[in-house]
Design a protein around this ligand. Structure first.
Ligand SMILES: Cc1ncc(COP(=O)(O)O)c(C=O)c1O
Length: 414
């Protein structure tokens, strides 16, 4: 049945058959390990000769139901649910690259990813070069013998630039490397892996997937379309022989995900299967309210600038319209001229919460320069588009009139 269902139906029914017959929500299998009657049975499950769960770090029925649904939403492939969005990126990158290899990454990144690439992975011999995601030639020119991966966010957080992901995918494929796409800000509802031309996707399910700010999680999607049987990936050879285009999933499951151990907790997987059911409805509201708020802010005398790809005069409007079907996401940024006035506005807000997250039902704000990007120097902040006056807003799904009124009173009084 699932093959014939459309996106909004898959959000609700995808993977549900993984539960006991009759169950209308995914059961929480809160068990660390799974017992078998005989040593032979457990051996068969361990060796992959029989289907079954062994140990929740490796796999769990609740998490498998979530994974099945998330893979269906991308138009097929496999999914590995992880403990967080950062765990998803780390696990996926460690599956593809070895010491001496290089990531060609967009320079417009979530701060945690930038720090993982620049600081943490470089300690283990995996280096990264950062290229402006709006400069496709920059990626073409930067590929060298050591390049193993092109990495990009669908909409950069917090810069909110919108790269032409399918074009970057063609550049990666012409160079014989896979493209990994972080679709946290857009979710598969705005564009899935097929539409983006991504080989691997990672995203934080802590945000719109969950939708209520209760859970940290992440996912790695392998669309099974990249041919790993190339001289750039000798470490995939054995996996490719057995698993063909799903060599990535096999290497991740049998080695990195199992060894790193950043697995999803069953209860979190359950919350995610509940939360995701309303993703389409919520995203429509996030997108329409963000546009309304962006237009309001543009006209407010105390606002120096507004960045939202949905605004017609945004330099990203045309690409975003083409790629994301006239929906531009729930994130916007604006500036008030300086840090002091930005702090005043944040402190005056009553409805919007001042915290470090996005994609909640609640409207959220943060001053990135002093918080999530506080450890970066001026050049690095500039690379990420973070100015001292920038306020990032994750527009929630409250009545939009209340959201606008909250920003109006906060700005008027600032
Ligand atoms: C674009 C993007 N990718 C990855 C992450 C990391 O996700 P998590 O916080 O679930 O580890 C975030 C978190 O804000 C994000 O915004």
């Amino acid at each position: 049945m699932e093959k014939s269902l459309r996106f909004d139906s898959l959000l609700i029914h995808g993977g549900l058959d993984a539960g006991p017959a009759g169950s209308t929500s995914v059961p929480i299998v809160q068990s660390s390990s799974f017992a078998y009657q005989t040593a032979e049975e457990l051996e068969d499950v361990f060796r992959g000769r029989a289907v079954g769960s062994v140990y929740t770090r490796i796999g769990n029925p609740t998490t498998e139901a979530l994974e099945k649904r998330l893979a269906l939403l991308e138009g097929g492939g496999t999914a590995i649910a992880t403990a967080s969005g950062m765990a998803a990126i780390t696990t996926a990158v460690l599956t593809i690259l070895r010491a001496g290899d290089e990531i060609l990454s967009s320079s417009s990144l979530f701060g945690g990813t930038f720090s993982l690439f620049r600081d943490t992975l470089s300690n283990y011999g995996i280096t990264s070069r950062f290229v402006d995601p709006l400069d496709p030639d920059g990626f073409r020119d930067a590929v060298n013998d050591r390049t193993r991966l092109l990495f990009v966010e669908t909409i950069g957080n917090p810069k909110l630039d919108v790269p032409d992901v399918p074009l970057l995918a063609r550049i990666a494929h012409n160079a014989g490397i896979p493209i990994m796409v972080d679709s946290t800000v857009t979710t598969p509802y705005l564009a899935n892996g097929v539409q983006l031309g991504a080989d691997i996707l990672t995203y934080s399910t802590s945000k719109y997937t969950n939708g209520t700010g209760t859970t940290i999680g992440g996912v790695i999607i392998d669309r099974g379309v990249f041919d790993w049987n190339t001289p750039r990936f000798p470490h995939f050879e054995a996996f490719h022989k057995k698993y063909r285009n799903f060599a990535f999933t096999a290497r991740a499951r049998k080695l990195v995900h199992k060894d790193v151990g950043a697995c999803a907790a069953p209860f979190n997987s359950y919350l995610l299967t509940e939360g995701i059911q309303t993703l389409a409805l919520r995203m429509d509201r996030h997108c329409s309210s963000a546009l309304t708020l962006a237009r309001f802010l543009e006209d407010h005398p105390k606002v120096a600038w507004v960045s939202y790809p949905g605004l017609e005069d945004s330099p990203h409007h045309a690409v975003a319209t083409r790629l994301y079907g006239g929906r531009y996401g729930g994130l916007l940024t604006f500036g008030t001229g300086d840090k002091a006035s930005a702090f005043k506005v944040i402190n005056n807000l009553r409805l919007a919460k001042n915290l470090a997250n996005i994609g909640d039902a609640k409207t959220l704000v943060i001053h990135p320069a002093s918080t999530i990007c506080g450890d970066y120097n001026a050049d690095e902040k500039a690379l990420m588009g973070v100015t001292e006056d920038l306020i990032r807003v994750s527009v929630g799904i409250e009545d939009c009139r209340d959201i606008v009124e909250d920003f109006k009173q906060a700005l008027d009084a600032a």
